[in-house]
Design a protein around this ligand. Structure first.
Ligand code: UDP
Length: 455
């Protein structure tokens, strides 16, 4: 019984933001905290709601987000996040108040609320109910710092940029150039500033958790901490701490795994634009022929909606899959973590979403970076210039250039050297989460902080 000599297990309420690149790390963080002895409740919106079946030990609760089909079809991503934060506050207040009441009579009182930085409505609700809260940032420390530069430029009247593709160095944040600044390409710029302003506001939260680690961003994490009045815990790569089942919003095509089994060591280039980025029809044709002409085996994710104005493979050149034959596979959605861990995969053409980057370096896979927007541009710059584990494909997509960049990564000495550096980073990342490592130490401190809330 509670309070009779043994430690009570407390419940954590984790609030998700409704995007694949946010749901994955939040569920991974939940799995980690569950392994540390906490009960878990996941609160999510109806829009892009995760499938709870892979997590029977968690309690999933959805809140009415008030988004209509028309909103989802017509609003840009920034506007969706702003609307959700307006509309979710009241339903979350009711949901959390009910939970608190239920828990009063039980053994698993709520210790705190951990919320995705994009679900910032959560903090006021937690505070109203006298619960501590913690922010979870699913992107990297350098993006956060670069956003501060953008805000400063805006204040000084240097924003919007005269030339968004400018190669000019950002003196406040080397090695970024102005073109690498993490600017959203969605909706009016005022909405972008409103969103990053709200998301970066710590409010009265007690701590901030980042899915990053010292071996990648040590000095930037330290810099963030200097300017922040609450503790920052960099505990990544979270997906490597404990195994967490898939939580894909789209069905994973697992048939590609047996195809990978038939390919030679490090021979396959895996290509994926993540869950949000999209390209135009001309670019997809150049990519298709660049991949085919490279003669390198490839596994390519062409997600529904990832080609403007098309629903998928129909936009590939006629007869493409027949011409490519056994040499290539095109899927709608891949089991990405497993794909990257397969020893046939020797390179990753990526949009440089932060989860994709962590998953790639955790397996020692070097990259071809083709970022689209936001933090992807920062990550791509760090991949090519700082960690030197990939090539940045910056110019207009053209099949000859694509063929040559794939060769450089997959067949040349330059690529071997990047693969070696990626393997070194893999080892360093493993050390970070091992006992005595920086992420492991931060995780212990985080757990200690949460337990200190329990009094
Ligand atoms: N992902 C996947 N299968 C795919 C493509 C992506 O499972 O075919 C997963 C990937 O492993 C990652 C997430 O979707 O965890 C994408 O997050 P990321 O931060 O890389 O990019 P975003 O989608 O947010 O742009």
């Amino acid at each position: 019984m509670a309070g009779q000599g043994h430690e009570q297990r407390r419940r954590l309420v984790l609030v998700a933001a409704p995007f694949q690149g946010h749901i994955n790390p939040l569920l991974q963080l939940s799995a980690v905290l569950h392994s540390k002895g906490f009960f878990i409740t996941i609160v999510h919106t109806q829009f892009n709601s995760p499938d709870p079946s892979n997590y029977p030990e968690f309690n999933f609760l959805f809140i009415q987000d008030g988004l209509s089909d028309h909103d989802i079809a017509s609003l840009d991503l920034t506007a969706i996040v702003l609307v959700l934060n307006d509309k979710c506050q009241l339903p979350f207040q009711e949901c959390l108040a009910r939970l608190v009441k239920e828990q009063e009579t039980r053994d698993d009182r709520i210790a705190c609320v951990i919320y995705d930085e994009l679900a910032y409505f959560s903090e006021a609700t937690a505070r109203n109910l006298k619960l501590p809260s913690i922010i979870f940032r699913t992107s990297n420390a350098n993006t956060f710092l670069a956003r501060s530069v953008i805000i400063e430029m805006h204040v000084q009247g240097r924003f919007p940029l005269a030339d968004p593709l400018s190669q000019k160095a950002v003196l406040e944040h080397p090695p970024l150039r102005q073109r690498d600044l993490p600017i959203s390409s969605f909706g009016p710029i005022e909405n972008f500033f409103k969103l990053i302003g709200n998301a970066r506001d710590v409010r009265r939260s007690s701590a901030i958790v980042y899915n990053t680690m010292d071996c990648l961003e040590g000095s930037s994490i330290a810099k963030l901490q200097q300017h922040c009045h609450v503790p920052i815990f960099a505990i990544g790569p979270i997906h490597k701490i404990v195994p967490a089942p898939s939580c894909s919003l789209l069905e994973e095509d697992t048939n590609c795994m047996s195809w990978l089994d038939r390919q030679a060591l490090n021979s396959v280039i895996y290509v994926s634009p993540g869950s949000l980025a999209s390209i135009n029809e001309k670019d997809i044709l150049e990519m298709a022929w660049g991949l085919a002409n490279s003669k390198q085996p490839f596994l390519w994710v062409v997600r529904p909606g990832s080609v403007h104005g098309s629903e998928r493979v129909e936009s590939l050149p006629e007869g493409f899959t027949e011409i490519v034959g056994e040499k290539g596979r095109v899927v709608r959605w891949a089991p990405q973590k497993e794909v990257l861990a397969h020893n046939a995969v020797g390179g990753f053409w990526s949009h440089c979403g932060w989860n994709s980057l962590l998953e790639s370096i955790s397996e020692g896979v070097p990259l071809i970076c083709r970022p689209s927007f936001g933090d992807q541009k920062v990550t791509a710059r760090y991949v090519s210039q700082v960690w030197r584990v990939g090539l940045h494909l910056e110019d207009e997509l053209e099949r000859g250039e694509i063929e040559s960049v794939i060769r450089r990564l997959m067949a040349d000495r330059e690529g071997d050297e990047m693969r070696q550096r990626a393997m070194d980073l893999k080892e360093k990342a493993e050390l970070c989460i091992r006992t005595g490592g920086s992420s492991s130490g931060s995780l212990n401190k985080l757990v200690g902080l949460i337990k200190s809330f329990e009094q």
